[in-house]
Structures are given as C-alpha cells and as structure tokens.
Design a protein around this ligand. Structure first.
Ligand code: GLU
Length: 441
C-alpha cells in the first residue's frame, strides 16, 4: 500500500482518527486524568444516545502551559510552570480555581478542570469547567515574590480568561489577596476594571458575602442530608477531618455547632485527636496563628497513618487528591465519607468503601458550594447589585439540597453509587448542551 492509500484508509477509520489519548500524555503515567477517564467510562452505559458525544469529555477543549519568570528578592530570576486548562465550555464559560502547589502537574490540572465541568453541571450553574495551577511551593516565597508570580501568571493566561470566557477562583494555597492581584492585573491589561474576571475576591473589590465559608457550608449541608439517608443522627456523630483550611475548618465548625464531636483533625503539619471532641473554635484560632493544627495544646498527638483508623462516624477528606487508597480504605471506621477535597479517593478505594457499605458523597457534589457562591458573586458583579449574607446562604442551601436530592434519586433508580449518579446527571447535562449546539463548522 502506498502512502496515499494508507492515508485514505486511515481517514475512513474512526478508530484511527480518534486517538484514545491526547499525545501530550504518557499512557503509562496518566495520574489523576486516568482516574477521571475511568469515572467517565463507568457512566457511559447510562448516557443513552448522548454517549455518541462522550469523547468530548475525554479531551480538554483548551490546554495552556505558560512559563512564569519572576525576579526573586535576591535579584536572581526564577521560572515556574503555570497551567490553565478549559475542559469544557458547552454550558457556559470555563470556571474553576487556581492552585499553587509544588506537585501540580498537567494531568492533575486536566482532571481538576474536568471535575469542575461535572460539578458545575451537577449543581446546574451555567458554567463549563476549567482549572489552573502553578508548580510552586508558595511557602518558600516572600509576599513580594508571590505577588509578582501571581501577576505574571495572570498576564500569561490573560489570553484565554475573562468574565465571559473563563473565571478563575481560589483553590489550594490561593486566597482573596491572590484573587485581588489577579483581578487588578487583568484589569490593568484591559484598561478597565473587570471585577467579574475572578471570584473569591475581597468583599471590598466585588467579592460576595458568604463566599469564604461556602465550600465548607456546602459540605455540611449535603453531609446532613447524607446522614439522614443512612439514619445517622449528626448531633451524636463523631467526625474526623483531613485538612483544616477553608473547607475542612468551616465544615468542622458547622458540624461541631450541630452537636457533633470533631474527634480527629489532620493537616500538613500533623494529626491531633481528642475522643471527647476537640474545641473547634480554639483549634481554628490556633491554625490561624500557626498555620497548622500541630502543637495544639488541647489534644493528643496521633501518628499520621493512624488517622485513617480513628473510630468515627463521618470522615471528611478536605485536603488533596488520592488520600484514601487501597492501603487505608479497609481501615476506615466511618459510615459516611464526605469529600471536601477534589479527588481524595482513588477508584480502588472507592470500590472498597462501596463494598463495605460506607456511603461516599463524592467531591463533585459535596464541595460544589464554593463554586455555587462563586456563581452568585459573578452575577452580583455583572449587575453591580449585592445581596445579603442570609440571602446567599439560603440560596446556597437550596441549590445544594435540590442537587443532592436529584443525585440520590438517580442513584436509587439505577442502583449505582452517588459518584456514578452525580456523573450521570452532570454528563447528561453537558452532552445535551453539546448535542443542541452541534458541531462548528
Ligand atoms: N476551587 C474551588 C473548587 O474546586 C472553587 C472553584 C470556583 O469557585 O470557581 O470547586
């Protein structure tokens, strides 16, 4: 066969045309993106005729890798690797956070962007999914270096972000101040203040009341409903939390206020426990001062690995990905796992927990409270009209409860896990939009 014939034959073979993976990923080391692909494969049989569009979900729409050079305080120049991935925009602009972490990879940002598409569709906010990150340990940078890095990164991804294109927000190790610098940098480049380009901003710059607590509040809201589903009384429950920042700290506080005992908390600095229940407000004050739960006087110290076997009823992983694995899933004592983090449970661990009858509320619904209030913030910025905190919290709770109830209904109808049910709801919404829009050209 000559080259021309080979080409003609390949051109008619969809299998040859649709490579299974983008060429920039190593099939042997798929990382978090590989986990996401497995999750999509699990729901494909439930998608009916929409399954013909499923490859849309298996490749990000747009992937940008940028070099971020900055002057360090000592006068030398350092280069960091930055990413912004827009996984899908069928239902609206890209939306999702930016994380600063030394282990950030393209595969991770791709998976996180895809989980944002699923999350946004699951709670039915009019966004696609996106995510960004810089491979850096921000704790090693001075305030000035952090600002310069944030601004240069924003300028580099400025090509593809914007209030109606893609709207970043806080994630791991990024906060309101970083959002203020991002908003300012984008606005300077545009020549006009554009508050709606990021969410999670300070209140005085168009931020929303309730945004800081929103993810933790959403975790608590669906957690209470999930507890009801298995006949658990939250006011009597023992709770273990991994990660005590914006998500785990707030969720822990709300569970404690509801009468639950927070018996163990782990973060990057160590693990503390107290069977009678930790004093959560005092622990939060300790974390605010020292940056970690380690060294907290009102608790015993626990070995990090022992955290996973702590006797508890509810476990809230609210730190990083791949924390619950086949190595510790057998030991988990909880009856309910609420995923505050993105991707904390590996697929093998997910199966183990399901087989053991432990109810897992997946990240893509459990932690959707943050982006839900990000949506409120964006709407408020567009209309320049700001709502009260009560109004925001009431709307947040309503959206979370309705979305969770819809997911439970699908889980019962198809006898599938809550994760698969959430993916069914979300993938159908995304692919229905894809189908209605059709292909251009
Ligand atoms: N980073 C958060 C998440 O993973 C919030 C994203 C947003 O508000 O856009 O859901």
């Amino acid at each position: 066969m000559n080259n021309h014939a080979a080409h003609a034959q390949a051109a008619h073979s969809p299998a040859a045309l649709t490579a299974a993976l983008p060429s920039y990923l190593d099939p042997q080391h798929l990382g978090p993106w590989g986990i996401y692909l497995q999750q999509v494969d699990r729901v494909t049989p439930y998608l009916g005729t929409l399954a013909r569009w499923v490859d849309t979900l298996k490749r990000p729409k747009r992937t940008l890798i940028v070099d971020v050079p900055i002057h360090l305080d000592d006068g030398t120049v350092a280069h960091f690797e930055g990413y912004r991935v827009q996984h899908n925009t069928s239902r609206g602009p890209g939306k999702g956070g930016v994380r600063f972490h030394q282990n950030v990879t393209l595969s991770e940002v791709m998976a996180l962007s895809a989980w944002m598409s699923i999350k946004n569709a699951a709670v039915n906010v009019p966004y696609g999914g996106a995510k960004g990150g810089i491979r850096v340990d921000p704790r090693q940078l001075s305030m000035g270096e952090l600002e310069r890095m944030t601004r240069r990164y924003t300028s580099e991804i400025g090509l593809i972000i914007g209030p109606s294109k893609d709207i970043p927000a806080p994630d791991v190790n990024t906060n309101e101040q970083i959002m203020a610098w991002m908003m300012d940098t984008y606005s300077m480049n545009e020549g006009a203040t554009a508050t709606g380009v990021v969410t999670g901003k300070p209140i005085d710059l168009g931020g929303s009341l309730g945004r800081r607590e929103a993810t933790g509040r959403g975790v608590f809201t669906v957690g209470v409903q999930a507890a009801q589903r298995i006949g658990m009384d939250v006011s009597q429950a023992r709770v273990a939390v991994q990660g005590f920042g914006n998500v785990g700290g707030i969720a822990g506080k709300l569970f404690a206020q509801a009468g639950a005992r927070v018996v163990a908390v782990q973060d990057h600095g160590g693990t503390v426990c107290r069977e009678a229940g930790l004093d959560v407000p005092t622990l939060l004050a300790h974390v605010a001062q020292h940056g970690t739960v380690a060294g907290f006087a009102g608790a015993e110290v626990l070995d990090d690995d022992a955290f996973w076997s702590v006797p508890c009823d509810i476990l809230i992983p609210a730190a990083l990905e791949q924390q619950i694995t086949e190595h510790n899933a057998h030991r988990i004592q909880a009856r309910l796992v609420i995923e505050g983090a993105n991707g904390p449970t590996t697929p093998q661990a997910d199966d183990i927990l399901n087989d053991r009858g432990i109810l897992v509320v997946p990240d893509v619904i459990a932690n959707a409270g943050g982006v839900t209030v990000s949506y409120f913030e964006w709407v408020q910025d567009f209309s320049s009209f700001f709502w009260s905190e009560d109004e925001i919290n009431a709307r947040l709770v309503r959206i979370m409860q309705e979305a969770f109830a819809a997911v439970c209904q699908v889980a019962d109808d198809h006898r599938v896990s809550l994760r698969t049910a959430t993916f069914i709801v979300a993938c159908k919404r995304i692919l229905h939009a894809r189908d209605l829009r059709g292909l251009y050209p």
